[in-house]
Design a binder for this molecule. Sequence first.
Ligand code: AMP
Length: 906
Amino acid sequence: MLLDMRASGDELGWLTWTLNGSQFYTYSICNVEEREQDNWLRTTFIQRHPLASRVFVELKFIVRDCNSFDGASLVCKETFNLYTSESDADVGTTFRKSQFKKVATIAPDEITGKNEMHINTETRVVDGLSRKGFYLAFQDIGACIALLSVRVFYKTCPGTVQNLATFPETVAGGENQPLTKVSGVCVDNAASEESPRIYCTEEGKWAVQVGQCQCKPGYEEVKDACQECRPGSFKAEASSDACEPCPANTDTLEHGAVLCPCKDGFFRAPTDPTTGPCSGPPSAPRDLSAVRQPSVGRLILSWTPPEDTGGRNDITYSVECQRCDGIVCQPCGERVRYEPGSTKLTEARVSVSELEAHLNYTFIVQAHSGVSQLASEAQRPASRSNVTIFLHYTGEHPPQITTMRLVGRTSTSLALSWDVSPRPRAQLHVRYKLTYHKKVSIFCFSHQECPEIKLCLMYHFGFVSVYVCFACCLNNRSTGSILSIHNYITRKRNSHTRQGPEDTYFSTPEQLKPLKTYVDPHTYEDPNVAVLKFATEIHPSHITKQKVIGAGEFGEVYRGILKAPGRKEVAVAIKTLKPGYTEKQRQDFLSEASIMGQFSHQNIIRLEGVVTKFKHAMIVTEYMENGALDRYLRDHDGEISSFQLVGMLRGIAAGMKYLSDMSYVHRDLAARNILVNNNMECKVSDFGLSRVLEDDPEGTYTTSGGKIPIRWTAPEAIAYRKFTSASDVWSFGIVMWEVMAFGERPYWDMSNHEVMKAINEAFRLPAPMDCPSAVYQLMLQCWLQDRAKRPRFGDIVSLLDKLLRSPESLKTIADFDPRVSIRLPSTSGSDGSPFRSVSEWLESIKMSQYSENFTCAGIVTMEQVLQMKTEDIKNIGVRLPGHLKRIAYSILGLKDQTSTLSVFAV
Ligand code: AMP
């Protein structure tokens, strides 16, 4: 607004009149009867806005109808004229008509008569202004007019935000430039390729915007501004679109996300759009089945697609074939033919040919998708997609030996014949091998008592070996009798498997029944497949860790709770894998579960399951309240009866019998690897593949390579790594000793070298104090140099059972030599000199807890100690029989200064 005469009111010297209560300021003139009127009214100087070249003049006025005057004058007019004059300065009252230009003749729309009044409003444009200011002037040429209001203004386009661009208030142009181009700026967090522009019309209206601003990635438009995407939504590009919710299997907790990362366990294939959903590896193909088509010599494998495609439609399959001979699986090699192929199969079916008869084939069909590779790199094992079937593809059964006859004998020979059914085809080339063994039992030493021999016939048939064993009584003089036959089919073993097969082959007949056999997880190409085959996957949310209870090789061991859906809560031990592990370490860690998962026995630690599909792998086992056996015994020294100790040994032997029946060789059987529960039940644990090599602090490197816990290991295993169930029996003998000696260290502080030397020279550990004779005799049997002569675990279980059934048998105590069993420290100080004080002596026999009892009783010198009788020891407060004996025996040893170090020879 440049001028508003009405608002200025009477300042301008206007006349006032009142109409209907309102006051009007007016300039009026009414010379209607006089000729040649030329009356001028000029405004004050009106400053122009420098950009406004066009101004609007709005007039409100009244014009009297000439006819309303009596005797209407011929000279009366009903219009007036508007003039303007530009000037750079206010010229004051100076007025020169010639300087004014006419803008318009102003005529009323409605003229005012005698009785009614009409106010007219007319607006005129004064354009092309360029000077600093201007005047307006009104020329009356003989009308009767009242000018009520003059307003002079120019137009602007108001400051605005349009399409995320801010434009400033802009003065509208005039006739020379009807459209004014205005540049804008994008609002915060918006951008545009072309800078935003808009036009301001001469009417003060915005028109035709160019250059669209758009919210940047991570922002969306909300009320003329760009706002961050909320968590759970994203925007990848600058666009006018709103933020989108995170696609399937993705999420973000951030504000302003440009992308939604994949949730744990889901991935984007390299070809997947980064804005699209993530997908998981497919689950296993289902219902894998094999149909033989012998007429065309092939096998059709078919399956149904995985239940869970992981959200993808690029599923393909691969087929892998393994030829298994029971223990060892190896790839089938290139001979096997697949039609249409073995990889990138899009149909759920493949035909396999060139298979050999009599072999177990394992086919692993795996589903793949664009994310399988990523999933396996992220240690989301592709095993989700594995299905294994065992297919015994037999063309022909191996022949069975149906009868075997003793057809002749002399004092030095036997003649045998046998029948085979069905007769093997000539081209199968069957060879027979006969082996012969005296049937020895460790508990009978003469052939008069045990006059049996065992004959075994072995033949090979393809990959299958058949053993037939029978027993023959040497004092049976008859011939032609049909001998008892035990057909035992086994399969060729790989020479490098750890188990020594002969233990199984040459067992007593009742042990010849085919058994479930332990499968070395190493025979699996992918150890992840093995672990999932033998162990149940547990979701980590079902596990609660409570307290660290130990340190394993791979990480901490916790006590905790397992609450699987639909099952009761159980206390568990949780072995964890410390962060920063390598893939090899992870596989070694999980191998323990692959082994443990194959066992199910009261005296073998039970595997509850594993966590492999999450970052922190875990092995969950039953919880054993009393922890490791060696510690437990040391903590309860002298407090447990022999009967109970033998009961514990019986449990360990039963567990070991189970393991040896499964052809599993433990290699590190020691009290520290036995766990004890609340009921004092003992269970064998520690099954990791690398455990002897890495885990056991007792492991010592030997010249034959490898780390071996010398004190627990049989001589043949130390010398040439001959680990068998018989070497486990040796270790069991050491465990028996540890148990009967309440966790004493075998061979005390002798060095490994001294131990090996002593064993070689036929020395053996002496009987622990208070050890039943029968138990010590069994230990000595376990430590026989000739491993074939050692008892089997089955024999050990039977013997221990027998002892437990008749507890009197435990009453005969083995000879005990305190000079040997409580070694040198009890006879002299560590430097070989006599003990200087009672407490030094007590410490050496680990009985320091009684120091005070001795002092209180006034026994302060070793001389006094030497005078003590068992009764005296009891009287000063040593009550536990085990402790009483230990102290008494030590005093006995101290008296016999001739003691030398030796261990018993057998
Ligand atoms: P490991 O790695 O098996 O030698 O375990 C280390 C230690 O954790 C053991 O010596 C035990 O003290 C403890 N531990 C392991 N497993 C269990 C379990 N199932 N119950 C109780 N304690 C266990």
